[in-house]
Design a protein around this ligand. Structure first.
Ligand code: ADP
Length: 638
């Protein structure tokens, strides 16, 4: 029989596919099963109007037959089948239907010789060649008396000829390649492996996928043992079993499947012992139809930060899995959401690269984001403690989302953020503004490494005394978040440590400036005696009860400095905020310093200055460089 050549472009693609390092060979089974399922869909559809088909819905099936001796796996369907001409047209050229997207992408990529992209695609029938050195297709089209046999050993071409076939439908016989050091193709002959692959990729194919499975059966031999009990032995029996579950849980209605069922499914699937904190079930019809079942886990995946991204959403198209851990469907700020999305409108041949540009997926992604946000808002309203727990786990994703892409998503996310205003109270920015007395013009915030430290910052006193609330920030990203949000309901943010609190009248400001001038000599002396430790010393306008505090000037705050100190590069770790020591002129400690200075007791004045500066550092949550010499200085005061 004359060997025919594949069309030129198919040959090139086939070559590339077979010979490139394909990372995900196992998807071949999914591809072949999905073709079988499509073929059954077509005949089933015909049977609705054509009595001649002679098959009921329940008669359709896909069989997987394994012959270890012959080293073959056969996928058999009783679907629509192919004529000789169709087999040649469909299997001889890759530019068919779903595959053309692949070709398009390949053309672009091939120019750059980047073969890695191949591994990203579902490539239909051709994927059989990733694991087989010969593929034979035996098929008979519904309504035809004669069948066809199509055979190929890969890129060098194929043969096609008429063939006697008793039944309508298609057998795809894959002869597996010999095992190599890197790849044990023989594993695909193991039934446990096939079962696992069906479970992983094709569990929800709508038609039953059947396979003969052997298992032990207990039987009574008819004899009795010494104790007079019936004698029991075991034997291997083979049973033809359905190995896919056919109807996915997310395809079933809320009447059929309770939320508890969904939660149990989630826990098993994700090996998560904790209940998810939210379940979102969507059944959308319209421009794009899809079903989705999403979960917000009960706790952060402890391995997420070491690259183990178990999260994400799995995409299905009509029950066929097309992508696991699809992290581009929703934005990174919702990356903790797990679950499935199933849409008949999705192409099977979708890659991670083109995912973001797929219009349908974008529509689905946007809708899902709205649903997720809605669910979280509902949780916040109805069960605040639960929301607080959620936020403890995942709030940082939402905060990072506010800073991503120059704050592009900040307005979508801002109402989901909560901040501490006390040890046990957390509020949204909206709530904060709603609580503001009329006289309050700004949203005050104080930042430190812990909640306790932030609350006890001396600069907070003046603000609280006026009855104003303060947002206490403790995460390194918090300040950046507020910077991106810029304002809330027209009210600007004000850092109680570094910004003007806006409390002083013009006269008070003037008086303060005069005071600065009067004290210039003292302040210069303190600065000089402290050397590099601070870049400026001034009188405070914020302190009420305490003698001193530390603040900063310039873009770097103490919080950022702390954050950078844990950074990856030496350069980063060396970054220091410009420290400003503020003294409370009314406080007796500062008055003692002034007295020593004015009496010419320079040494005493210098050590008092050092003590005040170190105290300010301590209150700001800084580590002090030389605790022993600080203790030495303080001990001198007794
Ligand atoms: P796709 O499924 O994306 O169209 P494939 O390369 O997987 O691309 O298959 C090409 C074509 O071959 C299919 O569109 C279908 O017409 C035909 N085909 C493949 N497998 C079968 C089958 N089991 N039964 C009938 N037709 C099939």
């Amino acid at each position: 029989m004359a060997k025919k050549q594949f069309k030129a472009e198919s040959k090139r693609l086939l070559d590339l596919m077979i010979n490139s390092i394909y990372t995900n060979k196992e998807i071949f089974l999914r591809e072949i099963l999905s073709n079988a399922s499509d073929a059954i869909d077509k005949l089933c559809y015909l049977s609705l109007t054509d009595d001649q088909v002679g098959l009921d819905r329940g008669d359709f099936r896909i069989d997987i037959l394994v012959d270890k001796d012959a080293r073959t796996i056969t996928v058999r369907d009783n679907g629509i089948g192919m004529t000789l001409a169709e087999a040649e047209a469909n299997l001889g050229v890759i530019a068919k239907s779903g595959s053309y997207q692949f070709r398009d992408e390949m053309d672009k990529e091939a120019a750059g010789e980047d073969l890695s992209i191949i591994g990203q695609f579902g490539v239909g029938f051709y994927s059989a060649f990733m694991v087989s050195d010969e593929v034979t297709v035996l098929s008979r089209k519904y309504g035809e008396s004669e069948g066809v046999k199509w055979t190929s050993k890969g890129a060098d071409g194929y043969t096609v000829a008429p063939f006697e076939k008793d039944t309508v439908g298609t057998d795809v016989v894959m002869h597996l390649k010999p095992d190599t050091e890197d790849e044990l193709y023989g594993t695909y002959l193991e039934k446990w492996k096939i079962k696992a692959l069906v479970k992983k990729y094709s569990d929800y194919v709508r038609w039953p996928i059947r396979m003969d499975l052997e298992h032990q059966e207990r039987f009574e031999t008819g004899e009795t043992n010494d104790e007079g009990q019936p004698k029991v032995e075991y034997r291997m029996v083979t049973e033809n079993e359905i190995i896919n579950s056919m109807v996915p849980i997310w395809q079933r209605s809320k009447q059929e499947v309770t939320d508890d069922d969904c939660i149990a499914w989630y826990k098993e699937k994700n090996r998560d012992r904790k209940d998810p904190c939210a379940l979102i079930r969507v059944s959308a019809e319209g421009l794009v139809s899809y079903k989705a079942m999403l979960f917000v886990p009960g706790e952060e995946n402890p391995n997420a930060f070491v690259g183990d991204k178990k999260g994400g959403i799995t995409l299905y198209s009509n029950g066929v899995m097309i992508m696991e851990h699809c992290d581009k469907l929703v934005h990174d700020y919702f990356e903790f959401v797990k679950g499935v999305v199933d849409s008949p409108d999705l192409s099977l041949n979708i890659s991670r690269e083109i995912l973001q540009h797929d219009r349908q997926l974008r529509v689905i992604g946007q809708n899902l984001e709205k649903k997720i946000k809605g669910e979280l808002e509902k949780m916040m309203k109805e069960d605040k403690p639960k929301y607080e727990e959620f936020f403890r786990n995942f709030g940082v994703h939402l905060k990072a989302g506010c800073c991503d892409e120059y704050g592009r998503y900040k307005d979508f996310l801002r109402d989901l953020l909560i901040f501490y205003t006390g040890e046990d109270t957390q509020v949204t920015l909206k709530e904060y503004v709603a609580n503001m007395p009329e006289s309050q013009q700004k949203i005050y915030f104080a930042n430190s490494d812990t909640l306790k430290h932030a609350i006890s910052l001396p600069q907070c006193d003046q603000v609280r005394e006026r009855g104003y609330e303060i947002l206490y920030l403790t995460h390194p990203i918090d300040e950046l978040v507020l910077e991106n949000l810029r304002e809330q309901d027209g009210k600007p943010f004000c850092n109680v440590v570094t910004d003007d609190l806006g409390f002083e009248t013009e006269e008070e400001k003037k008086a303060a400036e005069e005071r600065d001038i009067e004290n210039k000599e003292l302040l210069d002396f303190v600065k000089e005696s402290l050397g590099e430790a601070v870049s400026k010393v001034r009188l405070s306008r914020k302190l009420e009860k305490l003698p001193c505090c530390l603040t900063t000037e310039g873009p770097l705050t103490l919080e950022m400095e702390r954050y950078f100190r844990r950074g990856p590069s030496e350069e980063m770790r060396k970054l220091r905020a410009e420290r400003v020591l503020e003294l409370n002129a009314e406080h007796k400690a500062v008055q003692a310093l002034r007295a020593a200075f004015e009496n010419g007791e320079k040494d005493k004045a210098a050590s008092l200055a050092k003590i005040l500066e170190t105290m300010a550092e301590l209150m700001a949550g800084c580590d002090i460089e030389d605790p022993a010499s600080f203790v030495g200085l303080v001990s001198e005061l007794f």
